[in-house]
Design a protein around this ligand. Structure first.
Ligand code: FAD
Ligand code: DHB
Length: 394
């Protein structure tokens, strides 16, 4: 026997995109159900993003989940880019009038889960065999297995917020879906440690031994990354080896301040640029990592997912409140125009800040010339600042 459920919007995936969407829809009185193939504890513990754009902070406030973020989030007024001994400060507040805020993705998802569950949000966790059907009909459906039973949710719309490895994107017929992909020849090895950060703002360094990034989660907790081989294994990286390599890739001033300690999270993330088009098929909408991936340089992934959701929710609110489908009809086109600009920024900053094993001597000179230009040109710094704080939604 199949258990039948019905709702307005079925959201696949309870990462930041799916959770925020659920909350914003609920605030507008639009019923929704969220399903995820993992459980809440697993999702809350997934250490990933750490830097929120002002637009993301505004979305959290609009959702009514920013009380802790407003107290614990640490505003950053600038960032540093360093290249083979030279260092360049970008005053993002001076150049744009805006800040970004350090606040972990783990905390964003926790805050959203607390609010959704307090309000009686409907969730199915640990689901299996998720299948989407009837996407071109008025009443699409999502079928899955949950706690030993078959479940079918019928709805008006499906939101595919199930990340890069989800099923939603592949529910779009292959002759409709077009994908664009670039895999970088390295990954990021990241650690978290309960030690004060070497800098209260992010420091991105292109060192001859490879990229490094100094980031933080609080005044007592640091998040550090180094470029590593894409096929490397965390098992090869003892804490001691990490600290030696990290210290070698930051400036001597920062290395002198570095407080090392045991790591309590250590993982390797591959670097990829990816876009799937279109982001709407029938009554399925894709949002976040389900539709696009950026390399992490510049901290755009979570922020891009949130921007998609803000645009999609506005469209759905228009549709439910006034029967106006204009905004959902133009969703894919509108959101993709923004996505490509953010892809461009993340790609460009990744190209500037990493050591590429296949770079020719000419390409190395180009990289250095780009950095020298950046150090001399306020216009170039402003371009980075404007992208770093987040492009406008419209
Ligand atoms: P996800 O977070 O991937 O969530 C998708 C959800 O869907 C998951 O819970 C998953 O379990 C679920 N799911 C998958 N398949 C199914 C299925 N078949 N059925 C049901 N559910 C399913 N971004 C930033 O903005 N700033 C940063 O500083 C930053 N740093 C990063 C650092 C690292 C090391 C990494 C790896 C990423 C970083 N990102 C950053 C990117 C950011 O983490 C992602 O872009 C963000 O998680 C995307 O959110 P999402 O909700 O779209 O997808
Ligand atoms: C962090 C991650 C990023 O990708 C980045 O560009 C800056 C900071 C972080 O995890 O803190």
């Amino acid at each position: 026997m199949t258990i039948q459920a019905a709702t307005s919007v079925c959201i696949i995936g309870s990462g930041p995109a799916g959770l925020l969407m659920s909350q914003l829809l609920a605030n507008a009185g639009i019923e929704n159900i969220v399903i995820d193939r993992k459980g809440r504890a697993y999702i809350e513990a997934r250490v990933r993003a750490g830097i929120l754009e002002q637009g993301t902070v505004s979305a959290m406030r609009e959702a009514g989940v920013a009380d802790r973020l407003d107290v614990e989030g640490i505003p950053h007024h600038g960032l540093d880019l360093a290249f083979e001994g030279a260092s360049h400060h970008i005053d993002i507040v001076g150049l744009t009038g805006k800040t970004v805020v350090a606040y972990g993705q783990t905390e964003v998802t926790k805050d959203l889960f607390v609010k959704r569950t307090q309000q009686g949000g409907r969730f199915y966790f640990d689901v299996e065999n998720v299948v989407l059907s009837g996407l071109k009909s008025d009443r699409p459906a999502v079928n899955f297995r949950h706690a030993g039973q078959d479940v079918e949710i019928s709805c008006d719309y499906i939101a595919g917020c199930d990340g890069f490895h989800g099923v939603s994107r592949n529910a779009i017929p292959a002759n409709v879906l077009k994908t664009y992909d670039r895999v970088y020849p390295f990954g990021w090895l990241g650690i978290l440690t309960e030690r004060p950060p070497v800098s209260m703002e992010c420091v991105y360094t292109n060192h001859p031994r490879g990229f490094s990034l100094c980031s933080m989660r609080s005044a007592t907790r640091s998040r550090y990354y180094i470029q590593c081989d894409s096929n490397d294994d965390v098992a090869n990286w003892s804490d001691d080896r990490f600290w030696d390599e990290f210290a070698a890739r930051i400036s001597p001033d920062l290395a002198a301040k570095l407080q090392t300690g045991p790591s309590f999270e250590k993982s390797i993330a591959p670097l990829r640029s990816f876009v799937a088009e279109p982001m709407r098929y029938g009554n399925l909408f894709l949002a976040g990592d389900a539709a696009h991936i950026v390399p992490p340089t510049g901290a755009k992934g979570l922020n891009l997912a949130v921007a998609d959701i803000r645009i999609l929710v506005r469209g759905l609110v228009e549709r439910y409140a006034r029967g106006n489908t204009h905004h959902i009809d133009t969703y894919s086109q509108k959101v993709l125009a923004r996505v490509w600009k953010v892809e461009r920024f993340s790609w460009q900053l990744s190209n500037l800040m990493h050591q590429f094993p296949d770079h020719s001597p000419f390409e190395k000179k180009m990289q250095r010339a780009e950095f020298d230009y950046l150090m001399q040109s306020e216009a170039a710094s402003r371009t980075i600042a404007e992208n770093y704080v987040g492009l406008p939604l419209d």
